[in-house]
Design a protein around this ligand. Structure first.
Ligand SMILES: Nc1ncnc2c1ncn2[C@@H]1O[C@H](COP(=O)(O)OP(=O)(O)OP(=O)(O)O)[C@@H](O)[C@H]1O
Ligand SMILES: [Mg+2]
Length: 237
């Protein structure tokens, strides 16, 4: 079986800073995979490369058999690789509805958009309650849900998330991760980047540990959770 996403020898540099130093990973259709690591490990840089927002220095990124490294970001999004950016990027002076509609701005299929909006609101009832309120008045957890909902309205085939747990209380993080599981159970493939190693490995079928731009460990979520090296370095063991 070929993976949905195949990354080989990926290198990304900012001037002389080698943020990503030749990494390989796969994401199979239907699963949740995670890339975990500390501050500055190169997690966001990896996601930016997948979305064509930074150009790799070397390596290949194949998504459903198509090489992405030479495509523009909008072409990558059209192929179904949609990212929930770090820090959520909610437009605080627009309503919840307007923010959600932005996710569908490239689409013309009005009826399907309306269906997808209903589906997102069923998934996130808090957003439904506040649909005409300003996005800036939402709590941090609700804003994260809004960012995910907006990405879903772009009809992803592979959803990329950059640290959805950032700045949220543990109980809210669990809420968000439960939703990711639900979305995955409906058939959407997810690639999650996280500093919250425990929660990410709990929901992932497979994980990669990134340190200073290199993958140093990989294995099933359960295996990594039980790995003494992961325990010592990331789980306060
Ligand atoms: N635009 C940039 N210009 C120069 N260096 C950068 C830039 N963005 C990131 N870096 C550097 O690249 C390395 C990887 O950064 P990156 O943001 O990918 O890490 P990260 O794993 O996402 O970290 P965090 O968990 O803090 O979000 C770091 O050394 C960082 O300082
Ligand atoms: Mg980051």
């Amino acid at each position: 079986m070929t993976a949905m996403l195949e990354v080989r020898g990926l290198e990304v540099a900012y001037g002389h800073i080698e943020a990503v130093q030749g990494i390989d990973f796969d994401v199979n259709a239907g699963e949740i995979r995670t890339l975990v690591g500390a501050n500055g490990a190169g997690k966001s840089t990896t996601l930016l490369a997948l979305s064509g927002l930074v150009r790799p220095k070397a390596g290949s990124i194949r998504f459903e058999g198509v090489e992405l490294t030479r495509l523009a970001t909008h072409q990558i999004v059209e192929r179904g690789l949609v990212q929930v950016a770090e820090g959520r990027a909610i437009l605080t002076t627009l309503s919840v509805r307007e923010n959600l509609e932005l996710g569908a701005y490239r689409r013309k299929d009005r009826a399907a958009i309306a269906n997808d909006l209903e589906h997102v609101l069923a998934l996130f009832p808090r957003l439904a309650e506040r649909i005409d309120g300003l996005a800036g008045n939402l709590s941090g957890g609700e804003q994260q849900m809004l960012a995910i909902g907006r990405a879903l309205l772009a009809r992803p085939r592979l959803l990329l998330l950059d640290e959805p747990s950032m700045g949220l209380a543990p109980i809210i993080v669990q809420d968000i991760f439960r939703k990711l599981r639900e979305i995955n159970a409906e058939g959407l493939t997810i690639f999650l980047v996280e500093q919250n190693v425990r929660q990410a490995l709990k929901i992932a079928s497979h994980g990669y540990v990134l340190e200073s731009g290199r993958i140093v460990l990989d294995g099933s979520g359960a295996a990594l959770l039980g790995d003494p090296k992961v325990l010592a370095a990331y789980l306060g063991g």
